[in-house]
Design a protein around this ligand. Structure first.
Ligand code: GTP
Ligand code: MG
Length: 328
C-alpha cells in the first residue's frame, strides 16, 4: 500500500501529535522516501536548530547480533523514559523477512514501547543515505531522544553514514578471529563504543580482552574508547551498555561534539540532496534539448571523445539553465 501525495493531508498538523502517532510518522517517512519534495512543508516545520537527539550508528558484520542488540537497547532506554527511533538499513534483505530484529515477541514488546522502528530496504539505491539522513531529521524533529541506525558493516554508504552519526557503536562477536576481521574491515578505527555481543559464549572473554587491548589508550575527539560485553539474546550486560551510552550522551553535549557532528551530518545531507537533484536536472535537460541530445549521440556513435563532450555539455547546460523552468 503506497502512500500518495494526497495522504499528506491526513498527517497531523500538530507536530507533537505526529511524534506520538507511529502510523502517521511511518507515512511521512514513506512520502519522504518517495520524494522529499512531497514533505518539504512538514520538514521545514519540524526542522530543529539545536541538536536534541543522540544519533547512534550500529555497525558490524552480518549476524553479529546488531538487530537483537538494538532491540534490547531500545527497550531498556524506553523503559527509562526515553523515546527511541530505529532506522534499520538493510539493502540486501527485506525487513519483514524475520531475520531483522528477531522474533515476533521482541517486535511486540517494541511496538508497545516508546520505540519507532523503520527499515529502509531499497536495494542499493543511490538515494538511500540521503533518505536515511532526512529520516533522522524527522525523528529528531518530532522529539525522539535516541535515533539508532543499523547498517551492515560493508559498503561506502555505510561508511558515510557512520561518519555522520554522533556515536559509532561497533558490534563484534567472539570467535572466528573476529578481531582480525574487524581490523581488516577498518572497524577498529571508527568505534566510540565496542560491543562484544554473544557474551554467553565462552570465547567471548578472549575476544573482549583482545579488543580491549587493541583500543587501549585510543581516544577519538577526547572520548576514550569503551568496550562492553553483552549478551543481547539473554539480556546480560545491557545495563552496562546503557550506562556507557548515557555517559557518551553527556560527553557529546558538554564537549560540543554533538553540535559539530550535526554540522557534518547536515553538510553531507545537503550535498547528497544537491547531488541527486543535479543528476535529475541534467537528465531532464539532456532529454529536453536537441543540441545536448546531439552531443550525447555523437559520443555514443564514437565520433566525439567523452572529455570534450562533457565539457561542452556543461557549458551548454549553464546556458540552458538560465532559461530553465523546472518540471513539476
Ligand atoms: N548466542 C547468542 N546469539 C545471539 C546473541 N545476539 C544475537 N544472537 C543471534 O545471532 C543471530 C543474528 O542476530 P541478528 O540480530 O539478526 O544479527 P545482525 O547483526 O542484525 O544480522 P544482519 O542484520 O543480518 O547483519 C540470530 O540468530 C540471533 O538470535 C547473543 O547475545 N548470544
Ligand atoms: Mg540486522
Amino acid at each position: 500500500m503506497g502512500a500518495s501525495p494526497s495522504s499528506m493531508s491526513k498527517l497531523p498538523e500538530d507536530l507533537g501529535l505526529l511524534g506520538r502517532d507511529k502510523r502517521a510518522l511511518s507515512k511521512l517517512i514513506s512520502l519522504l522516501e518517495r520524494d522529499p519534495d512531497l514533505v518539504a512543508d512538514v520538514l521545514s516545520k519540524l526542522w530543529v536548530r539545536e541538536p536534541r537527539a543522540h544519533v547512534v550508528g550500529v555497525t558490524g558484520a552480518a549476524g553479529v547480533g546488531k538487530s537483537t542488540l538494538i532491540a534490547v537497547l531500545a527497550k531498556t532506554l524506553s523503559d527509562r523514559g526515553y523515546r527511541v527511533g530505529i532506522i534499520a538499513i538493510d539493502p540486501s534483505s527485506p525487513f519483514s523477512g524475520g531475520a531483522v530484529l528477531g522474533d515476533r515477541i521482541r517486535m511486540k514488546s517494541l511496538a508497545s514501547a516508546n520505540v519507532f522502528l523503520r527499515s529502509m530496504s531499497t536495494g542499493a539505491e543511490e538515494s538511500l543515505p540521503c533518505k536515511a539522513l532526512l529520516a533522522i531529521e524527522v525523528l529528531e524533529g518530532v522529539g525522539y531522544n535516541y535515533i539508532i541506525i543499523e547498517t551492515p558493516g560493508a559498503g561506502q554508504y555505510s561508511v558515510n553514514i557512520m561518519k555522520a552519526v554522533d556515536t559509532v557503536m561497533v558490534t563484534l562477536m567472539p570467535g572466528a578471529g573476529d578481531e582480525i576481521q574487524a581490523i581488516k574491515a577498518g572497524l577498529m578505527e571508527i568505534g566510540d563504543i565496542y560491543v562484544i555481543n554473544k557474551a554467553d559464549k565462552p570465547e567471548a572473554e578472549m575476544t573482549y580482552n583482545q579488543v580491549l587491548f587493541a583500543v587501549k589508550d585510543v581516544e577519538r575527539s577526547g572520548w576514550k574508547t569503551e568496550v562492553v560485553k553483552v549478551s543481547a539474546l539473554y539480556r546480560k550486560g545491557v545495563g552496562d551498555l546503557v550506562n556507557v551510552l548515557l555517559k557518551r550522551d553527556e560527553f557529546i553535549r558538554s564537549s560540543g561534539l554533538q553540535v559539530s557532528k550535526r554540522k557534518e551530518r547536515r553538510k553531507l545531507e545537503l550535498e547528497l540532496l544537491l547531488d541527486l537533484r543535479l543528476k535529475k536536472l541534467i537528465k531532464e535537460l539532456l532529454a529536453s534539448d536537441s543540441e545536448l541530445t546531439n552531443l550525447y549521440e555523437r559520443v555514443v556513435l564514437g565520433g566525439l571523445d567523452t572529455v570534450t563532450a562533457s565539457k561542452e555539455i556543461i557549458s551548454k547546460l549553464t546556458e540552458v539553465l538560465k532559461h530553465y523552468k523546472p518540471l513539476k
